[in-house]
Every structure is written in C-alpha cells, then in structure tokens.
Design a protein around this ligand. Sequence first.
Ligand code: GRF
Length: 214
Amino acid sequence: MTPDPINRRLGVLISGRGSNLQALIDAIADGRLQASIAVVISNREDAAGLPRARKEGIEAICLPHRGWPTRDDYNRALVRELQTRGVGVVCLAGFMRLVGAPLIEAFPHRVVNIHPSLLPAFPGLEAQRQAIEHGVKVSGVTVHLVTAELDAGPIIVQRAVPVLPGDTADSLAARILEEEHRAYPEAVQAILDGGWRVEGRRLVAAKSPTSAST
Ligand code: GRF
C-alpha cells in the first residue's frame, strides 16, 4: 500500500524579520522545494516578514496573541486560519510563541521548527549567546518536528557551524543564519518527500512494505 502523499501547502508562522520565510520562498521559486505557501501568519503586526510575503503575492495576516482567554484558545484560532486555507505542513520560522497541543494535534508530525543550535544543546531563547557563554567550539542549526516539549522533537536536519575565536553572539548568529537558510528548505522537502516515520524521539527511514512483511 502506498502511503497518502503529504499535502504540500505550507503555512508559515513568523514573529519578525522572516529571513527563513524568504529562504523557503526562494527555494520554492528555484525548484529546490516543491511546495507552495498558502499563508503566512504573524502574531505581531510589525513583523518584517509580512510585507516580504505580500510582495511575493502570498497571503500574509496578523493574528495577535494578546486578548485570548488562554494560550490554547490562541492555538485553536491559528489552527482555524491554517485549516481554512488547506495547509498540510506548518513551518515555524522565528515564531516566538509556544506552540501548544491544539496545533500539534491538528497537524500530527506536520509542524516543523528551525532552531539556531545543535539540539539538544541550548534550547530556548538566545541559543547563540548560550553557545558563546558556554564556550563550545561548534554550534549550528537544527530543523525538527515540533512536539509538546520545547525544542525537543525528532530531528530532521542538523548542520554544524564552527565557533571562531573572537566570535560574539551576533557574529555567530549571522554565520548560523546562512546555514539555516540552506537547511530549512532541505528539511521541509525531506518531510514532503515522505519515506520516514517517527520512532520514539527519532525520525527514521520508513520500512518498505516488502521488508515489513518479511
Ligand atoms: C532564526 O534564527 C531561527 O532559527 C529562530 O528564530 C530566528 C528567526 O529569524 N527560530 P528569521 O525571522 O527567520 O530571520
């Protein structure tokens, strides 16, 4: 039995600059990422990523996180906006809100995040500063599926970036960002290609139907 193909309509959630959103847009334009962006949603009206998306003709809306009785209510509102537009995969691209159960349950194994460190090192905020302060010699980028636990879901792609003598959090962040822009489209394409499953906390190659039956 062939598994259902994965719906390639992306919903991208942002809070700010949107350079990873731009990397996804560029990768779609030049064929490295076979997908479309159905909607971009920001929790902040002033996110620079919103005009970036609109310039490309992509629907981009603001859904402010304030004013909802609970975080779950906000997450349910996000789900409605995404489902209305037929989104299949949700890409978090600098979305500075905790994603909760309603969103993860509505898109099981279909929410992807990018984080600027080699997880499980330095989860949470200011990962590049954490890396500098810890004195590690190598940091990098992780793209992973989102689970209820912060920055801890199954890893799709990781790339190392050396920490150079004299690096500051800003200079390291700039070099990691270049790697992010390559890694994110690749990881999303890998998810869309299928042929994987989640085993515990790992993303592994799916067994072929033949090998599964032997
Ligand atoms: C990136 O460093 C990403 O890894 C982190 O937030 C930052 C977003 O940057 N989750 P941008 O908005 O994509 O430029």
